[in-house]
Design a protein around this ligand. Structure first.
Ligand code: ZN
Length: 80
């Protein structure tokens, strides 16, 4: 099966399980940064924010560390 390209302009991602691997991560990252800011405003000193995306077969796990903004990406294509 050939890789399907993302149709979003300027995106180099590929479509996996109906989702672009690049766009999904960008959206998830934005949500996590927003959550981190909300925690700061709320006075919650939560060091690490986790984000998970799943479309069924495709799983993406992100870890956002406060201040350093480190992001760990792991992607699993679960095949049965
Ligand atoms: Zn994309």
């Amino acid at each position: 099966m050939d890789d399907e390209r993302c149709k979003r302009k300027g995106c180099t991602g590929t479509i996996e399980d109906g989702y672009c691997d690049v766009c999904v991560i960008a959206e998830l990252k934005a949500e996590m940064v927003a959550a981190q800011k909300f925690n700061e405003i709320s006075g919650n000193n939560i060091a690490i924010v986790y984000g998970v995306f799943s479309s069924g077969k495709l799983w993406i796990f992100l870890k956002l560390e406060q201040k350093t903004v480190n992001i760990d990406l792991e992607k699993y294509a679960i095949t049965q």
